[in-house]
Design a protein around this ligand. Structure first.
Ligand SMILES: C[S@@+](CC[C@H](N)C(=O)[O-])C[C@H]1O[C@@H](n2cnc3c(N)ncnc32)[C@H](O)[C@@H]1O
Ligand code: SF4
Ligand code: SF4
Length: 489
C-alpha cells in the first residue's frame, strides 16, 4: 500500500479544449489523454468506435492514482488538497462513486478501475479566445502570438458533442476551460437550446462576465445553476492591474442584472461565486470581496495561484504565491482566509469547493513548520519510530516521498543534506533491509522531470540494542537521500 492524492477526477470529470485536447482537471496535462476532435468526432463520423472516455492516457493517469505511483501532474497538483490518502482508501472512494452511478447490477467490486468511469460532469470550451489579458493567465503572453489562442471548437460538432455528453448520464455541464466562454459567437444559442432539451442537466460556467450582454444573454446567465465570476478583487486599481481588458464596473452591473433576472424568473437554488486567484497581490482585499459577496447573496471563492512561466505575472514578477511572502504576512493572510472559512462554514458551504486545494494547507505547513510530508499510514516501523521521535520532522530530516523516472514512488526518511544522521530507539528486530534512493542535483543526469531519482541496491543493516542508526554517504552529485526500509528480522 502507498500514499496517493485524494482525487477521483479521472473517473468523474471530463473536459475538452476548443482545439480538441482532453483533460480530467484544470491541472496542465503531462499525459496525452486524447484529442476529442480526431479520436472521437472524426472517428464517429466515419462510423468507427471511439474509446475517448477511457483513452490510454486516462487509463495511465488512473493507474498512477490507484497505485500511488503518481504521474508528475498529480504530484504537483494545486487543485486537490495536499493531504494524501492510502491507495486502499482511494480505491474505496472510486468504487463508491462508480457504484452510485453505474446501472444497478454492475459488479463494481470486480471492475477494472483503470478502465471504468462514471462521469457526473463534463465540460467543453467552445472557444479559447478571450477579451481579457489577466496577468497571471497564459493569455497575457500567448493570446496575441500563439494562433492556438484564436481557436473555436469546430461548429459542425458543437451540438453532437453536447448530446454525447448528455448521453453519459451527467448531472452538470460546464462551459469553460481556458478562454472566455461568453465570447463564443454561438454560446447563447447553443447553450439555451441544450438547456431546453435537457432541463435536468445543470449549467456551470466560470466567466469574467465582462461583456455587454443582451437581454437574452442575461436570461441564459440567470438559468445557470453555478456562475463562477473571476474578479480577483473589488479594488478598482488592483482589478485593472490584474485583469487588463476587463471592466470592473461592467462586471458589477452585469451581476446585478443577473440577480434581478433570477428574481423576475423566480429562479432559486442557484449560486454565484466571486472567484479570487489568491496571491501576494490580492490577499489584502479578500475581506472586502467576501463582505460584498455575502451582503449580495453571492459566495467568495478563493482559488490557489499557480505560477505559470507563460504569463506576465511570472515573467515580470507581478505576483507570487502566498508561501513566497515574508512569514508575518503569511500569518496575516492565513488569518484573513480563516475568517472567510469561518463565515463559509457558518453558512453551511462545502469548504472544499470554496477554498481550493493547497491554499490553506501550504500556508499551514509553512507557518507550523510541518516538514513531514505524511504521517505513518501502515505498520512500517521506520515511519512510526521517526514520527514518534520527530512528529513534525525538520528541514534536514523528514518523512517524504520521491518519484523516479518511471513514476515509481519511494517513501521513507529524507536526508536533505550531507552530514545528517539518524538514531531511532525501541526496535525489537535485529536487522533491517534498507535502500537509499539518491536525488541528484539538477543537471547532473538528463531527465525530463525536475530531478534524477535513482534507487540503489538493498542492503542489510544491524540494529543494535534496540537502536537503528544510519548515516548516509552522499556520492558525487547527490543532493538528497531518501532512506527506505523494506524488512525487519
Ligand atoms: C482560465 S479561466 C477561464 C474562464 C474565464 N475566462 C474566466 O476568467 O473566468 C478559469 C479560471 O482560472 C483562473 N486562472 C487563470 N490563470 C490562473 C493561474 N495562473 N493560477 C490560478 N488560477 C488561474 C482564472 O482566474 C479563472 O478563474
Ligand atoms: S492533477 Fe490533481 S486533480 Fe488532476 S487528476 Fe491528478 S490529482 Fe486529480
Ligand atoms: S478572463 Fe479568463 S481566460 Fe481570459 S485572460 Fe483572464 S483568466 Fe485568462
Amino acid at each position: 500500500m502507498k500514499l496517493t492524492r485524494n482525487c477521483i477526477q479521472p473517473w468523474a470529470f471530463f473536459q475538452v479544449h476548443a482545439g480538441g485536447m482532453v483533460q480530467c482537471c484544470a491541472v496542465a496535462n503531462d499525459t496525452d489523454m486524447g484529442d476529442f476532435i480526431i479520436d472521437h468526432c472524426q472517428k464517429t463520423a466515419r462510423g468507427e468506435p471511439s474509446d475517448i472516455l477511457d483513452s490510454p492516457g486516462l487509463v495511465r493517469l488512473r493507474e498512477g492514482l490507484l497505485s500511488g505511483n503518481l504521474r508528475p501532474m498529480c504530484r504537483r497538483c494545486f487543485f486537490r488538497p495536499e493531504e494524501l490518502i492510502t491507495t486502499a482508501e482511494l480505491e474505496r472512494r472510486v468504487r463508491r462513486h462508480l457504484g452510485k452511478r453505474l446501472p444497478a447490477g454492475t459488479g463494481v467490486d470486480s471492475l477494472d478501475l483503470a478502465r471504468s468511469h462514471a462521469y457526473s460532469e463534463m465540460c467543453i470550451s467552445f472557444t479559447n479566445r478571450c477579451n481579457s489579458r489577466c496577468v497571471y493567465c497564459v493569455q497575457s503572453v500567448l493570446a496575441d502570438v500563439n494562433p492556438y489562442f484564436k481557436m473555436d471548437f469546430p461548429e459542425e460538432y458543437a451540438e453532437s458533442t453536447l448530446e454525447f455528453f448528455a448521453a453519459q448520464g451527467i448531472d452538470q455541464i460546464r462551459s469553460c476551460v481556458e478562454g472566455e466562454p461568453t465570447v463564443y459567437r454561438r454560446w447563447c444559442e447553443v447553450t439555451s437550446a441544450f438547456k431546453d432539451r435537457h432541463p435536468h442537466i445543470e449549467l456551470y460556467m466560470t466567466t469574467n462576465l465582462s461583456r455587454r450582454y443582451s437581454e437574452k444573454e442575461i436570461e441564459l446567465l440567470a438559468r445557470y445553476k453555478v456562475l463562477d465570476i473571476s474578479c480577483d478583487t473589488l479594488d478598482p486599481d488592483l482589478y485593472a492591474r490584474m485583469r487588463p481588458g476587463s471592466n470592473l464596473s461592467l462586471v458589477l452591473d452585469n451581476l446585478q442584472r443577473v440577480k434581478a433576472k433570477k428574481a423576475d424568473m423566480g429562479i432559486r437554488g442557484t449560486r454565484i461565486s466571486l472567484h479570487s486567484v489568491v496571491s501576494d497581490a490580492t490577499w489584502r482585499t479578500l475581506d472586502s470581496l467576501a463582505d460584498y459577496a455575502f451582503a449580495n447573496g453571492f459566495v467568495p471563492l478563493l482559488g490557489y495561484y499557480e505560477e505559470r512561466p507563460n504569463s506576465r505575472a511570472y515573467r515580470e514578477g507581478l505576483c507570487r504565491p502566498l508561501t513566497a511572502m515574508p512569514e508575518a504576512e503569511q500569518a496575516e493572510a492565513r488569518k484573513s482566509i480563516l475568517r472567510i472559512r469561518e463565515e463559509l462554514l457558518r453558512r453551511g458551504y462545502d469548504l472544499g469547493e470554496f477554498i481550493q486545494g493547497g491554499l490553506l494547507c501550504s500556508l499551514e505547513r509553512n507557518l507550523d513548520r510541518r516538514y513531514n510530508r505524511f504521517e505513518p499510514y501502515d505498520d512500517n516501523p521506520l515511519h512510526r519510530a521517526f514520527h514518534r521521535q520527530c512528529p513534525s520532522g525538520s528541514p534536514d530530516a523528514h518523512l517524504d516521498i520521491v518519484y523516479d523516472h518511471d513514476n515509481i514512488a519511494y517513501n521513507g526518511v529524507l536526508f536533505a543534506r550531507p552530514g545528517v544522521s539518524l538514531r531511532l530507539e525501541g526496535f525489537s528486530a535485529g536487522h533491517a533491509v534498507v535502500r537509499e534512493v539518491s536525488l541528484y542535483k539538477k543537471g547532473c543526469h538528463s531527465t525530463k522531470y525536475d530531478q534524477a531519482v535513482l534507487p540503489g541496491y538493498r542492503k542489510t543493516v544491524a540494529v543494535s540494542g534496540g537502536a537503528f542508526a544510519y548515516a548516509p554517504q552522499f556520492a558525487e552529485g547527490v543532493e538528497k537521500i531518501l532512506l527506505e526500509v523494506s524488512e525487519w528480522w
